[in-house]
Write a protein that binds this ligand. Structure first.
Ligand code: SF4
Length: 432
């Protein structure tokens, strides 16, 4: 690695701190956190901008914050801590902007059961987070005898009225992104990747039917111009048909407007002691061991508790049957990672109804992190002063021991332990 400060190889003769001359490890850690948070904000700002929504404050913060990470500009630890929390505030703003953009274009999501089987005939599988790409593809493929399936984080698309109105939006296929190599192999149709997370390198078994668009590009796959899906459609029509196969139904689309529509029922169930606690089990999935924690936790959550979920970590448990409490589903899928905005709106609304702070609600937040949007969301929750969150499966490597201990002290941020131990602690606290 080349160090731009010393203009020599980092770690070479005369290098005192690998790659970070003049900066201590804690400032470096906060700058890394800031950069990861900015990457998350950039992703949301990109999707909002595509739909015509921009915000000068968001753009301005990105410039200022990136500038602050230049060599020899800012050596103040507290100032960096402030920037990291400000990054959380700006991420909240950009998630709100994206929610406005999505709902203005596609309508408010409504709880929608989604088929996980396949229909006989040609198919296209769409993965990533870009709803606009999916919409354009649905329009261009309508009436051509092709069925469109969502994969991974595209699942919540089925809940938006302007997307679900297309009859050939057939269902959700497979699970989270780390299963792509198996699932894309089994899917006989064409595949469109709109954003992360794409597994590389794709095997030759599906490389010639893999298409990318926008910022995504994979060597050997066909990259499409934005909004022109004719090559993809042509390819899908030339490929073997998918079989007719029955699947389970999974429900998505509990946008905050839908959950708040159930507010009276939820509040009554809490007051009557029928709902003891809410568990927000959300975040990214990944391939590393340790993530079965989240499945086990969801399975062990007591019957009088409700699980809220978002992002692709839910694929570990969203096909299980959790039942209902007084007509309220015990598993409520809020949507994509950016729909953390909806989860926050629900928490704020419940805090208002119960006349307490978010930290006093019977709510436990257990996050799985993998990529940068999850970091931005964590910073948003810290900015909002949410305490006692649990993160896993491992401590983020970019948090130095000192920075992590500051977060523990200030926000009671914890690492996951075992599902049993965490549940005992959470429910023990609840009983106190
Ligand atoms: S939730 Fe995270 S891990 Fe999953 S697809 Fe989205 S960005 Fe990737």
């Amino acid at each position: 690695m080349f160090c731009y400060q010393c203009e020599q190889t980092a770690g070479g003769k005369g290098c005192t701190q690998v790659g970070v001359c003049g900066k201590d490890a804690d400032i470096q850690s906060l700058q890394d956190t800031l950069i990861f948070g900015l990457k998350g904000i950039a992703a949301y700002a990109y999707h909002a901008r595509e739909l015509g929504y921009k915000d000068e404050e968001v753009d301005g913060f990105m410039h200022d914050a990136l500038f602050k990470t230049l060599t020899n500009v800012n050596f103040d630890l507290n100032d960096h801590l402030g920037s990291v929390l400000e990054c959380g505030r700006i991420n909240l703003k950009v998630m709100e902007l994206l929610d406005q953009a999505h709902t203005a274009k596609f309508g408010n999501p409504q709880p929608t059961p989604v088929d996980t089987g396949t229909r006989g005939g040609p198919g296209i599988l769409v993965t990533g987070h870009d709803l606009l790409d999916l919409y354009e593809l649905l329009k261009q493929s309508e009436g051509k005898g092709i069925n469109i399936y969502t994969h991974g984080e595209m699942l919540p698309a089925h809940a938006y009225p302007e997307l679900k109105k297309f009859n050939h939006l057939a269902g959700n296929y497979g699970g989270a992104w780390q299963e792509q190599k198996i699932e894309f192999n089994q899917f006989s149709g064409a595949i469109l990747v709109t954003t992360n997370c794409v597994q590389v390198p794709p095997p030759n078994t599906y490389l010639n039917r893999l298409f990318t668009t926008g910022v995504v590009s994979v060597a050997g796959a066909t990259h499409l111009e934005r909004g022109d899906f004719s090559m993809l459609i042509e390819k899908a029509l030339s490929l073997p048909a998918l079989p007719e196969a029955k699947g389970k139904k999974i429900t998505t689309g509990f946008h905050h407007t839908a959950i708040l529509g159930l507010a009276d029922k939820i509040v009554a169930a809490v007051k009557q002691g029928k709902i003891r606690r809410f568990f927000l089990i959300g975040g990214c999935d990944g391939a590393k061991p340790g993530r079965n924690y989240y499945t086990e936790l969801a399975e062990k959550v007591p019957q009088d508790c409700v699980i809220l979920t978002l992002a692709c970590g839910k694929y570990r448990f969203n096909k299980l049957d959790f039942g209902e409490i007084d007509g309220i589903p015990r598993l409520i899928d809020i949507g994509q990672c950016n729909n953390a905005y909806s989860a926050i709106q629900v928490a704020l609304a419940l805090a208002k109804v119960f006349n307490c702070s978010v930290n006093e609600l019977p709510l436990s937040i257990i996050l799985s992190w993998f990529e940068q949007k999850a970091v931005a969301i964590l910073l948003t929750l810290l900015y909002l002063g949410v305490k006692g969150m649990r993160i896993g499966p491992t401590p983020p490597a970019f948090l130095s021991p000192k920075v992590f201990s500051v977060l523990q002290e200030k926000f009671d941020l914890r690492l996951i332990q075992t599902p049993q131990k965490d549940l005992e602690e959470i429910l023990g606290v609840n009983r106190a």
